[in-house]
Write a protein that binds this ligand. Structure first.
Ligand SMILES: Nc1nc2c(ncn2[C@@H]2O[C@H](COP(=O)(O)OP(=O)(O)OP(=O)(O)O)[C@@H](O)[C@H]2O)c(=O)[nH]1
Ligand SMILES: [Mg+2]
Length: 219
């Protein structure tokens, strides 16, 4: 196993600071499941990972991540933000709560080089403030319907990576994955679309590699 060590961040390029990955998307599309599938792969690759989840009234997702990743990352590096209001606000309009939580977490754990932010589940207009994250991943799932990419919205068209999750159940919800994927590619001007199944791990390595590409592009 290779390891990386913390260094002083470059204030202009961000090199040396953690890669900050925002995972957003509609309620229940699989944002938490995706983080739980990705983190072990980053850890295996020698990365030191932290996770910040957002829920409106609870810490449910943070508790889920701690349970699922028991033995993979320390429970101390998983923090739940209770936004108390519209999830958009906390990651896009005024990300102060998340920025402060990240600053505290990195103070305590300066070794963290990969930091996930999960937004509260929200609608198609959710985006992340570039002040909060370096990479914005938007997660749809097949059960929402094959038509979703055609509905557009900034997450679908402008995110750095669009994930179509729950490929394993596409056949049961009458979703033609070939069509859904082609429509997604079409509305995204060639930007990446990754198909995933968080349970079998299909597409997770591809997604991890694409995310690492964003780290490399800062270096
Ligand atoms: N079949 C299948 N189920 C999945 C997959 N990913 C997630 N799920 C299930 O979908 C449900 C919602 O997953 P979550 O990861 O909680 O979704 P989320 O987007 O984090 O939900 P919120 O944070 O509440 O918006 C759970 O029951 C998961 O087990 C997948 O790839 N395939
Ligand atoms: Mg969640």
């Amino acid at each position: 196993m290779t390891t990386t060590s913390p260094s002083t961040p470059d204030p202009v390029t961000g090199t040396g600071s953690p890669l900050r990955i925002g995972i957003g998307g509609p309620v229940g599309s699989g944002k938490t499941a995706l983080i739980e599938a990705l983190v072990p792969r980053f850890v295996e690759a020698g990365r030191r990972v932290g996770v910040i989840t957002n829920d409106i009234y609870t810490q449910e997702d943070a508790m889920h991540v701690r349970r699922e990743l028991d033995g993979v990352i320390s429970p101390d590096v998983v923090i739940g933000v209770e936004t108390g209001s519209c999830p958009h606000t906390a990651v896009r309009d005024d990300p102060t709560m998340n920025l402060m939580t990240a600053a505290d977490l990195l103070d305590e754990h300066p070794e963290i080089d990969t930091l996930f932010f999960e937004s509260g589940g929200d609608n198609l207009t959710l985006t992340f403030s570039p002040a909060l994250v370096d990479v914005f991943v938007f997660v749809l799932d097949t059960a929402e319907g094959q038509k979703m990419p055609k509905k557009r919205g900034p997450g679908i068209t402008e995110s750095d990576i669009l994930v179509i999750n729950k490929t394993d159940i596409a056949q049961y919800v009458r979703c033609d994955l070939t069509v859904m994927n082609a429509d997604a590619v079409d509305v995204r001007d060639g930007n990446p679309v990754v198909l995933t199944d968080c349970f079998s791990g299909q597409g997770i390595t591809e997604l991890q590699q694409k995310l690492e590409g964003f780290r490399e592009s800062r270096e």
